[in-house]
Write a protein that binds this ligand. Structure first.
Ligand code: HSE
Length: 402
């Protein structure tokens, strides 16, 4: 088997992990030829061969000996420029950049098809769990009912530390950063955007439909308070940041990211720390559950290297489901049951529940529980972003099947 010469973009947490793991694997049939970094002067945690580093992307993109580009940089715009340039030159790419992929998927699919090359990105969703390749290859669209789970390691780590270890939110966030789980800008993790990007990527491989992330509601855990945690405990639940894509019937599906009250009987109840857990539900097989480390240098590197190995066998995503007849359409016309904590006794102006089932007012906090449409929540997203407001979902779909 020929050795693949890799041009690596990015040498942060994940890039270093890739380099370290590749040194240890005997049957990788791949080696890193050049590494493109932003700053040549920065001190590196591993010793590197002389001359391997460059700060000029063209040193990789124009090198005819490079067989594969691996892109693991933070900046989504720069990542798109690199990945699209490589694909245009016919160089296959492995990437873990969920923001870039979720925002540019239609164009990236077009580039792959036009230039007869491949982009693999299993590391972009759920770290070490091979969820994308699994959905792409195994689960048939007609039978798939929902994909739901914890897709962000940092927020899950924070919630675990707060719920199970009584730590403060700020300390837990700081630890998530130190351990290399959090994004360069951790607000992507805690405000739900990282989960949203992963969900958009999962959706195209699960259902065959691309949904622009700007059209999807993503609420995070950044405004969670002791008041909310106490409420969840009183109900015997934990709060987890959950992303879900759900088929409502044969012609419609919905997707959103929101904190959720998770009961002990659920698979994801015991998914703690930086672990991710994904439940795949189908008509014939009820539920299947995938569990694994969702963040961190080596788990993410292992997923990147699995894609590198897949390229040895010329593997590519075929996106077959996108050409199925009668694909369902995305809708936000769906009723959710939510808990909404708000600063004043009255609901924030503009938020109208279809049905209120519980309402509580005290000096410590106020909340309303009831039914409201996803469309109404999307229309009032700015109100939900108020730091004194926290929203949490009560699961509603497929409860009779659990
Ligand atoms: N910041 C991400 C997370 C890294 O916490 O899940 C892995 O995608």
């Amino acid at each position: 088997m020929n050795e693949l010469n890799i041009g690596l973009f990015g040498f942060g947490t994940v890039g270093t992990g890739i380099y370290t793991v590749l040194e240890r694997i005997r049957n990788a049939h791949a080696s890193i030829k050049r590494i493109c970094v932003r700053s040549l002067d920065r001190k590196r945690p591993v010793s590197l061969p002389e001359g391997i580093l460059t700060d000029n992307p063209d040193d990789i993109l124009n090198d005819p000996e490079i067989d594969l580009v691996v892109e693991v940089i933070d900046n989504a715009d720069a990542a798109f420029r690199i990945v699209s340039s490589a694909l245009r030159r016919g160089i296959p790419v492995v990437s873990g950049n969920k923001a870039m992929i979720a925002r540019h998927l239609p164009e990236l699919i077009y580039l792959q098809r036009t230039h007869g090359t491949a982009l693999l990105y299993d590391a972009s969703a759920c770290g070490s769990i091979p969820v994308i390749r699994n959905l792409e290859e195994y689960y048939d669209n007609d039978l798939l009912l929902e994909v739901k789970g914890i897709l962000n390691g940092s927020s899950n780590y924070i919630l675990s530390r707060v719920f199970d270890h009584g730590e403060s939110y700020a300390d837990a966030l700081e630890k998530a950063r130190r351990l290399g789980f959090a994004e360069a800008d951790p607000s992507f993790d805690i405000k739900g955007f990282d989960s949203l990007f992963k969900l958009v990527i999962i959706t195209i491989h699960a259902i065959g439909v691309y949904v622009n992330p700007d059209d999807v509601l993503a609420c995070g855990i950044d405004s969670i308070s002791d008041f909310d945690i106490r409420y969840a405990r009183e109900k015997g639940t934990k709060i987890k940041l959950v992303a879900q894509v759900v088929k409502l019937d044969n012609s419609r599906f919905t997707l959103f990211v929101m904190p959720e009250f998770v009961a002990p009987g659920k698979y994801i109840y015991n998914v703690d720390d930086e672990y991710n857990g994904v439940v795949i539900r189908g008509e014939c097989y009820d539920r299947q559950f995938m569990f694994g480390k969702g963040a961190g240098s080596l788990p993410t590197a292992s997923s990147i290297l699995s894609d590198v190995t897949a390229r040895h066998h010329n593997y590519r995503y075929k996106y077959n489901k996108m050409s199925y007849d009668g694909l369902p359409e995305y809708t936000d016309d769906v009723s959710l049951r939510v808990y909404l904590r708000h600063p004043k006794p009255e609901l924030p102006h503009g938020i109208v529940f279809d049905k209120v089932s519980e309402s509580y007012v005290s000096d410590l906090g106020c909340y309303t529980v009831g039914d409201i449409s996803l469309a109404a929540l999307r229309a009032n997203k700015a109100l939900l972003d108020d730091p004194d407001v926290f929203i949490c979902n009560f699961p509603r779909f497929f409860l009779d099947l659990d």
